[in-house]
Design a protein around this ligand. Structure first.
Ligand code: F6P
Length: 342
């Protein structure tokens, strides 16, 4: 078979590991010919195809990013986009497509699948907010990056008796924030799922500082929102999938905390550092398992599905389930973080 792959949305550590696994099993076991569409759906619309082989992926297992590039292009927002994708598949003799992406990329894959395109999805996002899978690859790496940073911030915060506000990614869900807060020993964590009360946050910080010369670490997900009428936040531009460009809550929160408590406060935005660089061993293994399972699904003709981790096994679920709803932070794990608040 001639099988194409594309990587869409924000990049993520482990993308190369997925493709490396697809190519390895595709070439050696199934005798496939593999190609890639450059820059996500952009390349699928323009028919921008590159050959992929075992040789392409030599040395890429520890490498972050994606060797075929990514974009946030949405074919359904481009004139005749879906038709262009179908033509590119036909013109290049492609029998099946493996789409590696998050909510947006898989949403497009799901629509194309219901339109008869032979597509299999692989769940990717550092945010870990896809409901049909217990874990997306990239999440473990992102949490590790945050925890490494928080460990370092503890010592400088303690030396200066400061509050450090650490802004992490997490647009709709606070998985990265919650896990980082637990592993990093945060004073409080603010997530999109629970609008926060700034006075409550300041109360926790005061409580901690009243016990002596203490510093505080406040972890905030970029999509966290203050409870209505408590703090006004500014908003940014939107991308093709309608998402507002986030980033900035950390600074605003730091200012509000300093004003209310009088404690010197600094904001640190970890930003894209969380998405860059080498995947953890866990993410390499998960990504490899997803890649193997995706090429198997192609050869079973199991199109319109996404590979997913459920109870430790890699299973296949309908693509539409992957984007039906967002996976939010389980209240039980948030409650674990809460035990250490203040
Ligand atoms: O991929 C998801 C994500 O990392 C979000 O957490 C974040 O809001 C967004 O990507 C940032 O996207 P961009 O790279 O377009 O700034």
């Amino acid at each position: 078979m001639r099988v194409a792959m594309l990587t869409g949305g924000g990049d993520c550590p482990g993308l190369n590991a997925v493709m490396r696994a697809v190519v390895r099993k595709g070439e050696t076991v199934y005798g496939d010919e593999l190609v890639g569409f450059q820059d996500g759906w952009r390349g699928a619309i323009d028919g921008d195809v590159v050959p992929l082989s075992i040789a392409t992926f030599r040395g890429t297992l520890p490498r972050g990013g994606t060797v075929i590039g990514s974009s946030r292009t949405n074919p359904y927002k481009v004139d005749h986009g879906p038709e262009a994708v179908k033509s590119a598949l036909a013109d290049n003799g492609i029998d099946a497509l493996i789409a590696i992406g998050g909510e947006d990329t898989l949403g497009v894959a799901s629509r194309l699948a219901s339109d008869g395109v032979a597509v299999v999805g692989v769940p990717k996002t550092i945010d870990n907010d896809l409901s049909a899978t217990e874990l997306t690859f990239g999440f473990d790496t992102a949490v590790q990056v945050c925890v490494d940073a928080i460990d370092r911030l503890h010592t400088t915060a303690e030396s200066h008796n400061r509050v450090m506000v650490v802004e992490v990614m997490g647009r709709h869900a606070g998985h990265i924030a919650t896990w980082s807060a637990i592993a990093g020993g945060a004073t409080v964590v603010l997530v999109p799922e629970r609008p926060f009360d700034i006075d409550h946050v300041c109360g926790l910080i005061r409580q901690r500082h009243s016990r002596g010369r203490y510093a505080s670490i406040v972890v905030v997900a970029e999509g966290a929102q203050p409870a209505e009428g408590t703090l006004a936040l500014q908003s940014g531009e939107r991308d093709e999938f309608g998402h507002v460009r986030l980033g900035g809550i950390g600074d605003q929160l730091a200012q509000a905390i300093e004003e209310r408590t009088g404690f010197e406060t600094r904001a640190i935005v970890l930003g894209h550092v969380q998405r860059g660089g080498t995947p953890t061993a866990f993410d390499r293994v998960l990504a490899t398992r997803y890649g193997i399972s995706a090429i198997d699904a192609v050869h079973d003709g199991d199109f319109g599905t996404m590979v997913a981790l459920q109870a430790g096994d890699i299973v296949r679920v309908p693509l539409e389930e992957s984007t039906a709803e967002l996976k939010l932070v389980d209240p039980k794990i948030y409650e674990v973080a809460e035990v250490f608040f203040g």
